[in-house]
Structure formats: structure tokens, C-alpha cells
Design a protein around this ligand. Sequence first.
Ligand SMILES: N[C@@H](CCC(=O)N[C@@H](CS)C(=O)NCC(=O)O)C(=O)O
Length: 210
Amino acid sequence: MKLYDYFRSSAAYRVRIAIELKGLELERVPVHLARGEQRRPDYLAKNPQGLTPALELDNGAVLTQSLAIIDYLDVLAPQPRLTPADPLLAAKVRGVALAIACDIHPLNNRRVLNYLRQRLGQDDAGIDAWVHHWALEGGLEAVERLIEPGPFCFGAEPTLADVCLVPQLFAARRFATPLETLPKCLAVEAHCLAQPAFAAAEPSRQADAE
Ligand SMILES: N[C@@H](CCC(=O)N[C@@H](CS)C(=O)NCC(=O)O)C(=O)O
């Protein structure tokens, strides 16, 4: 399998964490987002959305969308299960994962910020105000209230919620988002990053890190 990845991509970071937790070996192919490699025809032929990550299977099939890729890996290599078997817990875990992946992350994506800057004339201050607002209000501040006693988001085992939360906090820091209203999220993050699998997936540890 090949993972099309970019060290700073928080969506790809989710998949890297899942791969490390499951102990899977695969090839990483960097797609340099800042240089626009995601819009090259050869990459668009694999992922028509022009986004990272994408996972190419040995039979040539290509999977897109980080949560769909992680679901696939959870079936392929069920240990540890990232979506718990218990339906109530699974729904809570998915609720947090989707709050991050659907309602927070898309609003600070590169193409959205480029549009705000280039088409709508926003300057750095405008971009920062946008990113901080959507990261926190109804975003990570809601996640702070949804997660349960730790050390992970939902108890003693890592789940899809942790896999999404850690990269989103990384993205928030990139934009200097103030995080002091999120003590529970920060405690979960510290616990996660002390685990070898989460640490190995960190952007600074990737071969294409700059
Ligand atoms: N919902 C998608 C989001 C993927 C995504 O937005 N990836 C970003 C990097 S985190 C990207 O490739 N951005 C390129 C761009 O905006 O041009 C997923 O979960 O895979």
C-alpha cells in the first residue's frame, strides 16, 4: 500500500496515527501541498478532490478521505479498534471525530484560506480571525465538552476521536490559536503524544518535514 501524504497535512496525520497504532508497514509518497502538487494531473487521477491523504492499495484501487481510509484499516487490521464495538461509545467517538473532520478542519484548509486571501481580499489579520473563530467557537470548545474522563478522549484506549483531535490541535498551533480554554483537550493531547505511535506520526518526524 502507498499513502499519499504531506507532513503538515492534518488529515494525513490522522491516517499516519492509525497506521502506527496498527503497526502497518506501507510506502509514503509525499505530495507537496505548498507547491501545488495536489493539483497535478497525475495526482488528480488518483484523488480527484486534489487533497491529501489518499491510500493506494496493492490492487491499484485508491481510497480517499481520511476517515474512510481509517475505517478501511480498522477492518483490515482490527487491533486496536479505533471505532469501539459498543454502539453507544462508537457513536460518541464518531461524534467527536466528525465534529473535527467535518465542522472544524474544512474551514482552515489551505484552499479555503487561499480563497479568502486571493478572492475576498483578506489580509493576515482577517485570516487569523477567521481561523481562530472557527477553530474554537462551536469547534474545539464544543469538543472540550464532549470528551469524557481520560487519559484518552473516551477512556483508557485510543479511538478515532484521539486520532482526529491530536492533528487538529497541531493545526490550531500552526495558526497560533489560543488554546487556554481547552484544558481537557490539551491533557489528552499530552497523553497521546507520550505514546510511541502518536509520536511517530508527528509532522516533524516525517521524512518530508521542512
Ligand atoms: N476531508 C478530507 C480533508 C482532506 C484535506 O482537506 N487535506 C488537506 C490537507 S490537511 C489538503 O490536501 N489541502 C490541499 C488544498 O487545500 O489545496 C479528509 O479527511 O481526507
